[in-house]
Design a protein around this ligand. Structure first.
Ligand SMILES: O=P(O)(O)OC[C@@H](O)[C@@H](O)c1c[nH]c2ccccc12
Length: 265
């Protein structure tokens, strides 16, 4: 199964990271870095449209294979920013998504919106690494983390100044995240990471369990203004869109076609 395979890959990546990881060296490096750009604020209070946008830089995926052969991460990020994306999500997984941590670092120099490290984090060292490579926020996926680990990684991310997008796909995961008290920004993934099936109804269904005032990002398989309107009506504060933009010759135009012009400058 895909998720088991990927967690297996991540464990071996963590072993390699552990062999060069020094807590004091990472802490020293982080203490000399600029503070994080607030990710949650950018996609909620400071968002530039009625609906917040996290635009994703994604070359390939395990479900779709190669999505964008002519892939220039820094240009894409600039284009997204100019088109009024509130935040940018950068896939840093090499093996399954053809991403790279270096993409995120390069984008950090070229764009000023907050960046999400999109990867499968299973260990605290990867959270330190996220901060060092230039992330303002990390994704934590409830499907691969037990509650204690979710809390641990969440706490470390915040201690390092980052925000967290906590991703859920079903009622049980959402329940656990709410219970753990780490639901500051919830991502409802419309894609089941076990079967790759997608349904926007996932957002609609789970949204009903989310306490009022907790912002929700609807993630995956959003490709038309009608999709955006649907998840908006269900109560989502924002959307996370990758593949749809990556398939268009002009991703910046695609942003405006999907979401309209920016309403707040
Ligand atoms: O490309 P899409 O269908 O617009 O989806 C983007 C994003 O939601 C998706 O890449 C994603 C959501 N959760 C993840 C977890 C890991 C890797 C990738 C993802």
């Amino acid at each position: 199964m895909f998720l088991d395979r990927i967690v297996h890959t991540k464990k071996s990546e963590v072993e390699a990271l552990a062999s060069r990881f020094s807590l004091s060296a990472y802490e020293r490096e982080i203490s000399g870095m600029e503070p994080c750009r607030g990710f949650v604020g950018a996609v909620t209070e400071r968002r530039r449209r009625e609906v917040g946008l996290i635009a994703e830089v994604k070359k390939a995926s395990p479900s779709k294979g190669l999505i964008r052969p002519d892939f220039h991460p820094v240009d894409l990020a600039r284009t997204y920013e100019q088109a009024g994306a509130d935040c940018i999500s950068v896939l840093t997984d090499r093996e399954y998504f053809q991403g790279a941590p270096e993409f995120l670092t390069a984008i950090r120099e070229a764009a000023s919106v907050p960046l999400l490290r999109k990867d499968f984090l299973v260990d605290y060292r990867q959270v330190y690494e996220a901060r060092v490579i230039g992330a303002d926020a990390v994704l934590l996926i409830a499907a691969i983390l037990d509650r204690a680990r979710l809390k641990e990684l969440h706490e470390i991310a915040e201690a390092l100044g980052m925000d967290v997008l906590v991703e859920v796909h079903d009622e049980r995961e959402l329940d656990g995240v709410l219970d753990a008290g780490i639901a500051k920004l919830i991502g409802i993934n419309n894609r089941n990471l076990h079967t790759f099936e997608t349904s926007l109804e996932t957002t609609e269904r789970l949204m009903r369990m989310v306490p009022a005032g907790t912002p929700v990002i609807s993630e995956s398989s959003i490709s038309s203004p009608a999709d955006v309107a649907y998840v908006r009506a269900a109560g989502a504060a924002g959307v996370l869109v990758g593949e749809h933009f990556m398939r268009q010759p002009e991703p910046g135009e695609a942003v405006e076609q999907l979401l309209g012009p920016v309403s707040v400058r």
